[in-house]
Design a protein around this ligand. Structure first.
Ligand code: ASP
Length: 352
């Protein structure tokens, strides 16, 4: 495992500069958060008293490229939440460093109820992957709630000379590092899935990182890369359009949206499981009234048939009500940080 992670980390052309450029001392971050908190509380006092929140559009930051799976969930969610909030939810794609640049941006943003973040498992893996992470996922945010869980699929380019899981495994073992595996950067779930895949197969591919799996999918469709592990929220339309080859799904059981697709486990990779979860965050110090209103809009969206139907078609599963709350997200995040911290530190992998 150790060598595997180390090799994967070295091979990925990682935008280190971006991270060090962004390195802000924790003290400065706390000071900035404190000042913003004081200012926004003053501003909020009168706005809340007048019951005017929100009185202008709200920004929902997405850590990956537009058109990708996280973006697809965010845009549908934002459109549905806007109906409850009475204001538009503007999607802001801030890519780079496996999603950490977006998280850092939101951790430092004014806690005024107008900036939120949607992120996936990467929020929990970041503290172990980045030794100089300039924010703390467990301390620098207010928690709104979880959204939906999304399976991943293992795909090949349409003309990859391999069929089914058995064909893929044979091809992977024969071609090793001649196989180009795309991902969305170190800390992205596509990278995590790709690492588990290579480890399970005992092979090493050549990793090609992108700013999200939307550009990675474009590369797969264009035949510039061979393989991609990605969420169903982006891949189902491509699979149904027969523009890519589907080898299997990354859940332990088959999924309703792709009933004929075998699991990777059925295909011979015992215990292989990667599932993507999503949480919505705000900068720490965001007025509780704003968090509560955003959470109420989130919960309404998770019951809105327009949103739920779209998610079901794309293989996503709405989380149970207990996870749709600030406490539900915070407890889950803590457990995930603990879980991945152990695995990643044991493997000795770092992104910085
Ligand atoms: N699928 C990406 C990931 O691997 C994220 C994205 O582009 O939405 O984390």
């Amino acid at each position: 495992m150790r060598n595997f992670f180390a090799r994967a980390a070295t091979r990925a052309a990682w935008p280190m500069a971006a991270l060090s450029r962004a390195a802000l001392s924790r003290a400065a971050l706390s000071w900035a958060a404190l000042s913003w908190t004081a200012l926004s509380c003053l501003a909020w006092g009168s706005a809340a008293a007048q019951g005017t929140y929100p009185n202008h559009p709200i920004s929902l930051v997405v850590p990956f490229a537009a058109g990708g799976p996280t973006d697809v969930v965010a845009r549908s969610l934002g459109a549905s939440m806007a109906k409850t909030l009475g204001q538009s939810v503007i999607i802001e794609n801030r890519t780079g460093a496996g999603g950490t640049l977006a998280s850092q941006h939101v951790a430092r943003a004014a806690p005024d109820g107008y900036t939120f973040l949607i992120h996936h498992n990467g929020m929990a893996t970041a503290p172990a992957l980045y030794r100089k992470l300039p924010f703390n996922p467990l301390k620098d945010f207010a928690y709104v709630g979880q959204v939906a869980d999304v399976p991943m699929t293992l795909l090949g380019r349409k003309d990859l000379p391999a069929d089914g899981m058995a064909g893929f495994i044979k091809y992977a073992k024969q071609n090793g590092d001649k196989v180009n595996l795309a991902n969305a950067g170190l800390g992205a779930v596509s990278q995590l899935c790709g690492m588990l895949l290579q480890e399970s197969l005992g092979v090493q591919f050549t990793t090609v990182p992108y700013a999200g799996t939307a550009p990675a999918m474009t590369a797969l469709l264009g035949g510039q890369v061979d393989v991609l592990c990605d969420q169903t929220t982006q891949t189902i339309p491509q699979i149904k359009g027969e523009r890519v080859k589907l080898f299997g799904v990354t859940t332990l059981d088959r999924i309703k949206a792709l009933p004929d697709a075998p699991t990777l486990q059925e295909g011979g990779l015992k215990g292989f499981e990667v599932k993507v979860w999503h949480g919505v965050y705000a900068p720490k110090g965001t007025p509780p009234e704003a968090v509560a209103k955003f959470n109420a809009a989130l919960r309404a969206a998770l019951k809105d048939p327009v949103f739920t139907q779209k998610m079901a078609e794309l293989g996503a599963e709405i989380v149970p009500e207990s996870k749709q709350t600030p406490e539900g997200l915070q407890t889950w995040l803590q457990a995930e940080v603990d879980k991945w911290g152990g695995v990643i530190r044991k493997a000795g992998v770092y992104a910085d």
